[in-house]
Design a protein around this ligand. Sequence first.
Ligand code: DAT
Ligand code: MG
Length: 150
Amino acid sequence: NNAERTYIMVKPDGVQRGIVGEIIARFEKRGFKLVALKMVHATKEHLEKHYADLAQKPFFPGLIKYMASGPVVAMVWEGLDAVKTGRMMLGATNPLASAPGTIRGDYALAVGRNICHGSDSVESAEHEIKLWFPEGTIQHTLSSAEWVFE
Ligand code: DAT
Ligand code: MG
């Protein structure tokens, strides 16, 4: 599905370490279309909604504190198989298990400082896009699309 969308977020450590441009560049060059982008210093309440599925995990309080420690860069990327491909580009949750060539595999070491987020299913992508972009996304056509897709 060429129009599948995924929610990708550069976490506070990715912003602090100057990896925002690198992450954007990888999605851009791969052929995905950017349809929403903003910098947000999220509240703990907002992040608790984003990570609601993990509320019972022992690392949850630390995760929320880290995610609220500075601004994040929130994005929606659209393109063929965007959710699964986005997860592949991010790498495994624990950077020690992320393959070299993936974002986490190239720039991170610790599971609690893994610099980026990507939706894990089409359903969670739609949920996360609504949570982070209640104002909606941008409808536009890239002229490169006819060269990226057949
Ligand atoms: P992912 O971000 O790959 O979707 P997840 O949804 O299971 O992974 O967890 C969300 C974030 O929580 C993850 O990016 C980093 C943190 N996290 C996960 N497992 C952890 C652990 N065992 N210890 C510390 N932080 C963890
Ligand atoms: Mg997840």
